[in-house]
Every structure is written in C-alpha cells, then in structure tokens.
Design a protein around this ligand. Structure first.
Ligand code: ATP
Ligand code: MG
Length: 427
C-alpha cells in the first residue's frame, strides 16, 4: 500500500516551525511497510488544501494529514476532507462531552477562569461516517475516514484518510496508540526490522565486510545508515506474520553478530551509545569521571542526557588550557612542554589525573585539535587522543578524523564513549 503525508500549516511554509511531524510519520510509515511516495506541505488556505487533497486521493491509498484540527478559523482540515469526499460535518456527542469535561477539569484546576468559547465546539464536529480517535493529550480528536472513492460499489473501501492534530505532543501518542494498530491491520504482510548499531569501524569498511550479504539480498534486506562515527544497519524482513518475519531475520542477525562481534553495541533501535555505557557502569557498579579539552563538555553532556546517569557519573572537568590541565588534573608541565597538549602522553596523564582527583573507578579523557585553526603538518586538524583509566592502567588511542569543528568534536565524543564501553566490557 502506498501512503502520503500532508502537513497543514502556514507556519511550516514560512519556516517558523520545523516539520518534525513529517519526519516522525515518515519513519513510522516505513517501519509499517507503507511506501511513502509524497510529502506535501500546504498553508492554511482552503482552495489550496482542496486542490492538494483531490490530487492525493487520485494517487494514494492512505493519506495522513496533520494540523488544522483546532478550534480557530484557520483550522480547516476537517472541512476540506469532508468537502473532498462530499460528506457532511455532524456533531459527535461523545467528543462534545469529552470537551466539556476537559474544560470542567481545567476550570477547577485554574480556579474558575477557563471557560469554553463557542468555537471550541467546532472540535466536536466529525466527518460523517468517520471513526473518532481520542486525544489523550488535548481537546482536538483525530479521525479515520474510510472511503470508497470513485467506486461504483460503496462498500469497496479504497482510501483511508487519517487526520491528526498538529502539536507533536498530541500527534505522536495518538499515532502510536491508535493509528499504528489500525494501519498494521491493513497490511497483508508485516515488516519486522532490527537495527544493528556499530561503533569503531568506518562506514565503507563495515559495508565491505558484508558486501556478499548485501549483494543479491531480497528478504531480509540490509540497509546501511552512516551516523557520526557510527554505522547502523537496518535489517528488515517481510512475511505473513511477525513470527515468520523474525525467523527470516534470525540467521542474518546471527551472521552480522559473527562478523562484527564486539563492534556491535546494541540491536535496540531506541538505544544510544551513552545509554549502553551508563547501563554497563551501573551493571558493574563503577563510577565515572571525565576530563575534556577539545570537546569542552560535550562528552559530559551526552552522559548526563541519560536518565539515571547520576548514580554513576561523579564529575567532569573541562580543562581547555594547559594551566587547567596542570591545576586540576596534575598533568606535568614537562609533559606539556615536551609533547604538547595534544599528545598520547597528555591524554594518558589526563585520565590518570582525573582518577586521582575524583576517586572515580574509571575515567576518560580527550584532547585534540578540532580546527579549523591550530593544525600543523605533524599534528593536523582532526588529530585527537582519547584515553581511559581503570585499575591503575591507562589505555590511550590516537584518532584521526575529518570534517569541520563541530563534526570532529562530536566524533571525538562518540570515540571516547566507545573506548569506555570496550574497557567496561573487559572490566
Ligand atoms: P491546535 O488545536 O493547537 O490549533 P491544530 O491541530 O489545529 O492544533 P495547528 O494549528 O496546525 O494544529 O498547529 C498547532 C501547533 O502545532 C503549531 O503551532 C506547531 O507548534 C505544531 N505543529 C503543527 N504542525 C506541525 C508539524 N508538521 N511539525 C511540528 N509541529 C507542528
Ligand atoms: Mg490550530
């Protein structure tokens, strides 16, 4: 089945807001096995919305619209869909009652100040014959409209139009909880996929390592995604049932595990590298501290992004200058003078010094040249040393990266997290 997205909102066209809904829904459609051929953005304009809808109905089986379901004049999505399908808007008593109780609740919570205005009832109107989808996070419900579009037999449903509210905080849970089960039911086949996330091997090398698997693949398919200092492979199988799709996936996943081994840090789509690292620290009951030069806190930031990091992460230094490296981490002046701030020796002493200063079980450090200035022939931009201290031993790695300042700093953080992960696996 093919699907199409229509994002409604003049704000989107003006660039005032980013179309995160389209991004979210495209990914979900792909996961559900729908071929998404078009993404349209149209302003809050009745004529143009009508035109777009007429075209979409010609070519797509499933049309998902977001935005324009609210109570104001410029919210006209429902009206346009009703018009396109020659249907009426009728009052939905359940929605009406729900809106009433939502406002009653707000009124009591706000001490009696938020009354329903007349246009709020607009949100209780539904397209005749549509399925009303509850909104657990706002007042505007969503709708599923099944239509026998240009069919002689009115029972021959060939189009599904789905209307969702614009605010992502309402749209996402509504889609996940109510629309996904509906769409899944429409598909004869199910798609099941696994994401194999790899660190420590470059994209082209990783692809070369499985060229024979990618060549001539049909079902499952393997699709590579290059991320910042990571490579992800999505393995997808199509089958009549979830169980048989999983059966198809199994041997391919096992083969990838065999080839990439410890370079795979997770097979969980939602998991990040820092989450894996924090989980390992918790599992091994170890505390962590960090010292950063060129990444200037990005590393600590990514660790702290993980909820629960407080139980393992003690403190992080940003020691940007030579003086700071000496003052807080005890890096020797001699080392800095002889080898420089960006050197294996300095990275070594930074990790060691962080352990001495904080008493953490395991520490990491990073020092490098992020550019665009500061590079020399001997020490070019992108040269970064990362280190990890554990039980009196320090591992230092030299990395050479390409890209702009931002990219080099981001890659450096990923490399440190990966080094830490590997040290933890051994610990
Ligand atoms: P409301 O009841 O809030 O008016 P609505 O369904 O009418 O909801 P819109 O009025 O189109 O939706 O948009 C409301 C808000 O939702 C926008 O101001 C914007 O913050 C957010 N929004 C709308 N569309 C998108 C989108 N495609 N991507 C991200 N955010 C969006
Ligand atoms: Mg609105």
């Amino acid at each position: 089945m093919n699907a199409e997205l229509i994002s409604v909102g003049t704000e989107l066209l003006l660039g005032n807001i980013v179309n995160t809904n389209a991004n979210y829904l495209s990914k979900k459609c792909a996961e559900l096995g729908f071929s998404l051929y078009y993404q349209i953005t149209v302003g809050d304009n009745e004529d143009r919305l009508n035109k777009v809808l007429a075209e979409s109905l010609e070519r797509s089986d499933v049309i998902i619209l977001t935005g324009g379901l609210g109570p104001t004049e410029d919210d006209m999505t429902k009206e346009a869909v009703a018009h396109a399908l020659h249907r009426e808007l009728i009052m939905d008593e359940e929605s009406k009652a729900r809106i009433q109780s939502y406002f009653d609740f707000r009124k009591s919570a706000a001490g009696g100040s938020s009354d329903i205005t007349n246009n709020n009832w607009k949100q209780a109107l539904k397209i005749d014959g549509s399925i009303v989808v509850e909104n657990d996070n706002g007042t505007a419900p969503g709708y599923i409209v099944e239509a026998a579009y240009q069919q002689e037999d009115p029972n021959k449903i060939n189009k599904r139009i789905i209307l969702l509210p614009g605010p992502p905080s309402e749209m996402k849970p509504m889609f996940d909880d109510h629309i996904i089960p509906y769409l899944r039911n429409l598909q004869e086949n199910v798609l099941v996929s696994k994401m194999v996330k790899i660190c420590g091997i470059g994209e082209s090398k990783a692809e070369t390592m499985i060229l024979d698997m990618i060549d001539g693949q049909q079902n499952p398919t393997i699709a590579p995604y290059a991320k910042c200092a990571e490579v992800h492979f999505r393995v997808t199988a199509l089958a009549k049932s979830e169980e048989s799709a999983k059966k198809l996936l199994h041997p391919v996943i096992e083969e990838l595990k065999k080839r990439f081994g410890l370079n795979i840090y997770t097979m969980d789509e939602e998991k990040t590298l820092e989450e894996v690292v924090v989980a390992l620290l918790r599992e091994k009951n170890l505390t962590l501290s960090s010292a950063e030069s060129c990444t200037g806190g990005l590393l600590a930031g990514r660790i702290v992004n993980v909820s629960g990091a407080s139980s393992v992460f003690k403190e992080g230094f940003i020691t940007y200058s030579n003086e700071a490296k000496q003052k807080y981490l005890g890096v020797s002046g001699e080392t800095l003078k002889q080898f420089g701030a960006v050197s294996e020796q300095t990275a070594y002493e930074m990790a060691q010094g962080t352990a001495a200063a904080t008493g953490a079980d395991i520490t990491v450090a990073v020092t490098g040249i992020a550019g665009p200035d500061g590079g020399t022939e001997e020490k070019p931009v992108g040269l970064v040393y990362i280190s990890c201290y554990y039980k009196g031993k320090v591992v230092v790695k030299e990395c050479r990266m390409k890209g702009n300042r931002e990219k080099i700093r981001e890659q450096s953080v990923t490399k440190v997290l990966d080094l830490l992960r590997r040290c933890l696996l051994e610990a």
